[in-house]
Design a protein around this ligand. Structure first.
Ligand code: URA
Length: 244
């Protein structure tokens, strides 16, 4: 938890208002802390837990943020794109150091983590940590026992090395087009290339889990929320961040 700091310092640190401007704006009643209008800018606040607004806009004051986004199709995972909307267009927090943890293709839906904690991001993507990614896949064709064995063993997708062993589950006996695939790598278009190698192309792809984190069923497509304390603990554990 961050220490408490003066309200005017929060504004000046974020480059929004100088301390004297902050004083004037507070006098006019434009600043609230946890819903209460605050006119004294010497007031100590906790940037990690207090909700501060300026002219009805919430300020993002935390040093590190950890968001779960339910990515809809049609958005690309990139900081900026000239032609398409990006996942960051869905987020109100406009801090410039926010990054996605890995990427989902434009047509892929599901859980995507966003954070400005570069160390965590790096650890979650590091092949050393074997963080599992769970995909629910609809394929064009029926997965056979032989296909399952190939995916479980590791499959040649045209790279130098075959993929690492995956876990595979056919989600419905009556519909072997619906498959759950769990992989620990994150190669470019990996899932699509794995099924292409079986000649059963992916028709739709949804990521339901990232490491230990399940996509929150309450989170509507295109919306996001901060990770809960329990989720934070489990993701830090998956990333082998012992300091947390
Ligand atoms: N594998 C893919 O092919 N696409 C994704 O979006 C994620 C994993």
């Amino acid at each position: 938890m961050a220490e408490t700091v003066r309200l005017d310092k929060v504004f000046s640190n974020l480059g929004i208002l100088s301390r004297s401007e902050c004083k004037k704006q507070a006098k006019k009643g434009f600043i609230t802390v946890n819903g209460e209008v605050v006119k004294e800018t010497e007031r100590k606040v906790n940037p990690d837990s207090d909700i501060i607004t300026y002219m009805d806009e919430v300020l993002y004051t935390k040093k590190y943020v950890y968001y779960m986004l339910n990515k809809p199709a049609g958005y690309i995972t990139a900081n900026d794109d000239r032609f398409s909307e990006t996942v960051f267009d869905l987020v109100m927090d406009k801090r410039t150091d926010l990054s996605a943890v890995g990427r989902l293709d434009k047509d892929t839906t599901g859980i995507l983590l966003l954070t400005n904690d570069g160390d965590l991001n790096h650890r979650l993507l590091s092949p050393k940590n074997h963080v599992e990614k769970t995909y629910d896949v609809l394929i064009d064709g029926a997965l056979t026992e032989n296909d399952v064995r190939k995916l479980e063993k590791g499959i040649d997708i045209g790279d130098e090395k075959p993929t690492l062993p995956a876990k595979v589950e056919i989600l419905s006996e009556t519909n072997p087009q619906n498959v759950r695939l769990i992989i620990t790598e994150g190669r470019f278009h990996q899932v699509k290339r794995m099924f292409d190698a079986l000649d059963k192309p992916v028709l739709s792809l949804h990521r339901s889990m990232f490491g230990p984190l399940k996509l929150d069923p309450e989170l509507e497509e295109g919306t996001y929320r901060e990770l809960t304390e329990d989720e934070m603990k489990s993701i830090m554990q998956a990333a082998k961040r012992e300091d947390y």
